[in-house]
Design a protein around this ligand. Structure first.
Ligand code: FES
Length: 221
């Protein structure tokens, strides 16, 4: 369920900074006339980054006005995507995927470790404002499940131990290593490649492809 900041936390106004105004205009210019509303997501993302990671009502209305959209259309978008926050979040927004692939691969242990390490439940923020914990649906990294997203980074192939290390590193002010936590290269199989295993040179030789001499290095040059 979307959490919306109470009236007491809502600022009266919002406006893009000079840099974000220029960025917003550049996004809008990418779309044909009459389709400027397509820029709603990048503009909401800009507004959220400018406002410490959340979108007050004034920012939604500002973006609606900027794009000539009815405010309700922008509210619909903002309440649909979990990447958009309608209430303040901590400095580190920990979003744990509990969808089917992650759940089958151990998301429960990741959730439990987050709860125990941070001392908060889902949808809550630590008293020092450093961490917010959220449960999210599939974030598109199923092949390296289970995973969580913290701010802009993905942490994949998690278990309780690696989750604890990542959170402890952030608590100590460090920068944890993002990506696979078990040394997997991108999304290759766990045991390494099982096909297309030849490197380009070997594959070229096998196919009878000769390397062309570089300009000035061929015979008679
Ligand atoms: S199910 Fe977790 S990333 Fe897809």
């Amino acid at each position: 369920m979307t959490t919306i900041a109470p009236a007491s936390q809502q600022p009266d106004t919002f406006a893009f900074s000079a840099d974000n105004l220029a960025a917003a205009k550049a996004f809008v210019a990418k779309y044909p006339d009459a389709y400027q509303a397509s820029a709603v997501l990048p503009l909401l993302d800009l507004a959220q980054r400018q406002n410490d990671g959340w979108l007050p009502r004034a920012a939604l209305e500002y973006v609606a006005d900027f794009l000539g959209m009815p405010p309700i259309r922008v509210f619909e978008v903002a309440t649909f995507y979990t990447m958009l926050n309608l209430a303040p979040v901590g400095r580190h927004h920990v979003q744990v995927c509990t969808n089917i692939s992650c759940w089958l691969r151990g998301a429960d242990a990741v959730v439990e470790t987050c709860r125990n390490t941070l001392g908060i439940g889902m949808g809550e923020t630590t008293d020092d404002g450093q961490f917010t914990l959220s449960e999210v649906e599939c974030l598109g990294a199923c092949v390296n499940a289970p995973m969580m997203q913290i701010n802009d980074d993905y942490y994949e192939d998690l278990d309780a131990g690696s989750t604890q290390v990542i959170l402890a590193t952030l608590q100590d002010g460090g920068v944890p290593k993002s990506g696979s936590q078990i040394g997997r290269k991108t999304c290759e199989p766990l045991g390494g490649l099982t096909s297309l295993t030849d490197d380009a040179k070997t594959a070229g030789k096998a196919a009878g492809i000769k390397k062309k001499p570089r300009a000035g290095k061929g015979k008679g040059a």
